[in-house]
Design a binder for this molecule. Structure first.
Ligand code: ZN
Length: 393
């Protein structure tokens, strides 16, 4: 049975032991979904799929939507994780110098990039975004001085970097930069085009999660091909039954990752699987379309709009705001937008209302104050010796 590798990996995790306690292997479709809630409530050691001596790292989800859940990676998982990036169209090489802005805290993506870089002997600069000694102006300085070939960063932070570079009159793209890798948020074709227009280099999308690890890197056409050797993706309908190709539904992922195997994990993403012939890159594997989280579906006058639809509309506007938020107040729609240049708000309001098929009120506002992006003084270490001028005593 083709799903055997997932069952065999799961048998090593005490979290799944109850499924196999009768000695009879359950049919794949009878295996219940693993929910986010179950992972949040599980003891981390229940989820571990190998012995502690094989563990390379432990991570947790951000916990922004509740209690964080755990994730383990083993030394042999590193090989698979590195291959996801290095076998992709992006492919790091020994000639690359990667500037990483993903947080190194308990989050995962920075480690995936680091493991992949090590595997091919690429150079690596850690300037992670939660690191107080690496504020944006300093990162831009480092980029100017060291000329990295690849920048790895979250999509919102990428635009923060762009915005500060413009304010400080720094030219973009920086010399030698060949690609940007983004992860952690939905990036639709229009958003990708917009980021590429701002930065002037190709943007690759990296899809995955703390629980599952890295899953795909987009091809040259921006598509996620289902090529991961140890991950299988199902699309299910409202009743939990297979939705089939070309039908949007809920994403169910199984992974045979040694550190933490997952069986039929219902990750709350809204996806669709399309045949490969919809892509011109030459890859023959089916393509996963990611429409955002089910929670983000907006019901506008009986019409469902996914986060994907909304991103496509916003990033196709004649003037794209630096940062924005679509707010539904009862039945009224408001578009809160922070523009850094003069724009015709009436025209934007018209464009948005037409595209959404509903009246939208545009409010110009400050969502991210400029001061928060350009700190006055970076954090430093504590000094045990202090020398003061007489005027300060
Ligand atoms: Zn492709």
């Amino acid at each position: 049975m083709e799903n055997n590798i997932y069952v065999e990996a799961a048998k090593k995790s005490s979290f799944y032991k109850h499924l196999f306690s009768s000695g009879v292997q359950p049919d794949w479709n009878d295996i219940p979904f693993t929910t986010k809630q179950q992972l949040r409530e599980a003891d981390p050691y229940e989820l571990l799929g190998t012995s502690l001596s094989n563990v390379v790292t432990y991570h947790e989800t951000s916990g922004t939507t509740g209690k964080p859940s755990s994730s383990w990676f083993s030394y042999s998982d590193i090989e698979v994780e590195a291959a996801v990036l290095n076998n992709s169209a992006l492919a790091f090489t020994e000639n690359d110098l990667i500037l990483n802005r993903f947080p190194f805290a308990v989050a995962l993506p920075a480690f995936l990039v680091y493991w992949a870089a090590q595997k091919v002997r690429a150079g690596f600069i850690s300037a992670d975004q939660w690191n107080e000694v690496a504020p944006i102006p300093r990162v831009l300085d480092i980029m100017e001085k060291t000329k990295p070939t690849v920048l790895t960063v979250g999509p919102t932070e990428l635009m923060n970097l762009y915005y500060v570079a413009k304010k400080l009159n720094k030219p973009l793209p920086t010399e030698r930069l060949r690609a940007i890798v983004v992860a952690g948020e939905l990036v639709t074709p229009a958003r990708k085009r917009y980021m590429e227009k701002c930065w002037g280099v190709p943007v690759y999308l990296f899809y995955g999660s703390t629980e599952t690890g890295g899953i795909f890197v987009s091809c040259e056409e921006g598509h996620f091909h289902l090529t991961h050797p140890k991950i299988t993706v199902e699309v299910v309908d409202e009743k939990g039954q297979p939705a089939g190709e070309n039908v949007a539904g809920s994403c169910v992922i199984s992974t045979a990752r040694e550190g933490m195997p997952l069986l039929r994990y219902f990750n709350e993403d809204y996806i669709e699987i399309k045949p490969a012939d919809s892509c011109s890159c030459g890859c023959s594997s089916p393509v996963l379309m990611h429409y955002g989280r089910k929670d983000d579906l907006l019901n506008i006058d009986g019409q469902e709009k996914s986060l994907y639809d909304i991103h496509e509309i916003v990033y196709s506007l004649s003037s794209v705001p630096f940062i924005w938020k679509l707010q539904q107040r009862d039945t009224e729609l408001y578009f809160l937008a922070q523009y850094e240049e003069e724009v015709n708000i009436a025209a934007i309001q018209q464009e948005l209302s037409t595209a959404l098929g509903n009246e939208v009120t545009v409010e110009q506002t400050i969502l991210v104050p400029a001061d928060s992006l350009i700190p006055n003084k970076p954090a430093g270490k504590f000094y045990y010796i202090e020398k003061l001028e007489s005027t300060h005593i």
